[in-house]
Design a binder for this molecule. Structure first.
Ligand SMILES: Cc1cc2nc3c(=O)[nH]c(=O)nc-3n(C[C@H](O)[C@H](O)[C@H](O)COP(=O)(O)OP(=O)(O)OC[C@H]3O[C@@H](n4cnc5c(N)ncnc54)[C@H](O)[C@@H]3O)c2cc1C
Length: 534
């Protein structure tokens, strides 16, 4: 048996090899649709149990919701306020596993909640003490009640007028797209086959059972048929398309289970929140939580929760959402960021799960927990939940597979202490996730990256030619967007800067992959990320 703490081998991700494997007549145990947090988590758990696993992703890993999170590894203070103790407890324990298994891309982070009313410090402070108690041994640090001066010392940009004090507590933060990639690469190193830019085009049924999927290489159009004992639909907000197709094959009706809700973040420079503490506002004007999180050299402000009907791949923000984030930030920060201070704006769709009777568009009342459904054909659909709990969700999916006789039962817990690629040994002096990205972001693989051609050729924003080559050779990158949005996070941090880097990154990628790196398409995307609605 493999030692869960040992570092997996460095694999090449040559597309020709991946497609050649996909064409082999293998009968897989598990075929997964969707390479976001959920699908990748299932792939890793399954392969770690010795199952034969294939996963296809229509775009790039984490291109969907999984690269657009607030980047918090958290129990969810908000869910505690809603009384959802079980969800919070589970997430607090998963938080510990994640921080331990991927210390280069997931770390603890102190938060300060400033109080402008006398009752807020004791009220929220007691709630956060409960948060600590629920975490138990999984706690990251004790909640502290702060006076006015202490609050300002930790959060120097907090608005001093009317400030009474505050509460400091601990949670975690992470790099969502790089975590997705680490899950994909760790699963691949253990034998799973994962192919991005390979959309599933349909499910394959035989005698009323789902027995595989059809998929297509997004670059050449070549079609593949994959056979599997069990098929998992982990396509996030897009799950209903496959549920519907499954129902049609069985001549049954299916009603949508997902109610998408859009969340917007804006990114501003560190001068708006220069310390090492995140800002947490427990109750905004619309009753939501607002975060100001230092991340990779910038500050993320958000988020919103707006129902929407369509399932756009690159949803645009609404004007009211931008006004809301900037307006709420102005209530708590000395220097209020204005529209011209926004470096990048991005939008993610939450796959909230509808109750059986839809309540008419109130997305805050929809379930934030994940849901697993097994159809009569055996199609397993999983959606909802959060990044923090991807590992527990994966175990739950496999439990459902066992309960429905789709897979032979095996013991859970195999990923609890399974370290991900790049984790390496603990490094006390590693720059935190609030520092700009650089070689340190690669954890134990930094030396390999530094050994590639172009390690001293800087392209801007901490990116080197060697990092682009590493992305193409070992991290499945095919396009300029893959590199600038998800291998490094520059599109999310500064959309104007990346526009000027696209040509140089494209030339290196073309040299590696001999493919069109889609520079023009990236230019259009970068301009969307720097445009605020009028
Ligand atoms: C604004 C916002 C902030 C959030 N913040 C946090 C946070 O701070 N912490 C936290 O823990 N959670 C957070 N979440 C929740 C978390 O991001 C999601 O729960 C998680 O990313 C969902 O992952 P997923 O894999 O289910 O969906 P996705 O990431 O969307 O993955 C689904 C994948 O399926 C692929 N796909 C679609 N169709 C096909 C097809 N035909 N063939 C193959 N593949 C296909 C898509 O391309 C996509 O990559 C946040 C969510 C939002 C929206």
């Amino acid at each position: 048996m493999t030692d869960p703490s040992s570092e997996p081998a460095l694999l090449a991700t040559r597309r020709e090899d991946l497609l050649a494997r996909l064409a082999e007549p293998v009968h897989y145990d598990l075929a997964i649709l969707g390479g976001g947090a959920t699908g990748l988590g299932v792939a890793l758990d399954a392969v770690a149990r010795g199952l034969r696993v294939v996963l296809v992703e229509s775009h790039d890993y984490a291109k969907g919701t999984s690269s657009r999170a607030t980047k918090l590894v958290h129990g969810g203070v908000r869910y505690l306020a809603q009384g959802n103790v079980a969800l919070v407890r589970e997430a607090l324990h998963e938080r510990t596993h994640l921080l331990h298994n991927a210390p280069h891309i997931a770390q603890r982070l102190p938060f300060v909640m400033p109080s402008y009313k006398f009752w807020e410090t004791p009220f929220y402070g007691m709630g956060l003490k409960m948060y600590d108690a629920l975490a138990g041994k999984a706690g990251l640090g004790a909640t502290e009640f702060l006076g006015r001066a202490e609050t300002l010392a930790l959060l120097p940009e907090a608005l001093p007028e009317g400030l009474k004090g505050g509460v400091k507590y601990w949670d975690g933060q992470f790099d969502d797209a790089r975590l997705a990639l680490a899950l994909a690469r760790t699963a691949a190193a253990r034998g799973a086959l994962l192919v991005n830019y390979c959309p599933a085009t349909g499910l394959v049924h035989d005698a009323g059972r789902v027995v595989g999927l059809d998929c297509q290489d997004g670059e050449t159009g070549r079609a593949f048929r994959v056979q599997a004992r069990c098929v998992v639909n982990a396509t996030g907000v897009w799950v209903d398309a496959f549920r519907q197709q499954d129902a049609q094959a069985l001549s049954r009706a299916s009603s949508p289970m997902v109610a998408p809700s859009q969340g917007v973040h804006v990114v501003v420079d560190r001068e708006f929140l220069s310390g090492n503490h995140a800002l947490m506002v427990p109750k905004t004007a619309d009753g939501r939580v607002l975060f100001g999180v230092p991340w990779l050299g910038k500050v993320i402000l958000g988020t919103t929760d707006t129902p929407r009907q369509d399932l756009a791949r690159e949803p645009a923000p609404f004007r009211e959402e931008i006004e809301f984030i900037l307006g709420e930030s102005a209530r708590y920060l000395v220097r209020a960021p204005s529209r011209s201070d926004v470096r990048s704006v991005w939008v993610g769709l939450r796959p909230l799960v509808k109750p059986p009777e839809d309540d008419g568009g109130n997305t805050k009342a929809l379930s934030r927990e994940h849901t697993v459904l097994v159809s009569s054909s055996g199609l397993v659909t999983v959606t909802g939940g959060k990044w923090t709990t991807y590992r527990a969700m994966a175990e739950d999916v496999l439990d459902h597979c066992f309960e429905h006789g789709l897979l032979p039962r095996s013991r859970g817990g195999v990923t609890t202490d399974l370290t991900l690629v790049g984790a390496g040994p603990e490094q006390a002096d590693r720059p935190g996730l609030n520092a700009p990205q650089g070689l340190h972001s690669y954890g134990s693989e930094a030396a390999v990256v530094a050994s590639l051609p172009g390690a001293d050729h800087h392209l801007g924003g901490g990116l080197t030619e060697a990092m682009v080559r590493f992305a193409a050779r070992h991290e499945y990158a095919r396009t300029v967007e893959d590199v600038l949005a998800r291998r490094v996070r520059l599109l999310f941090l500064d959309a104007r800067l990346v526009g000027s880097m696209a040509n140089r990154v494209g030339a290196i990628l073309r040299d590696e992959t001999r493919q069109d790196p889609q520079i023009a398409a990236f230019g259009r995307l970068a301009s969307q990320y720097q445009t605020l609605p009028e």
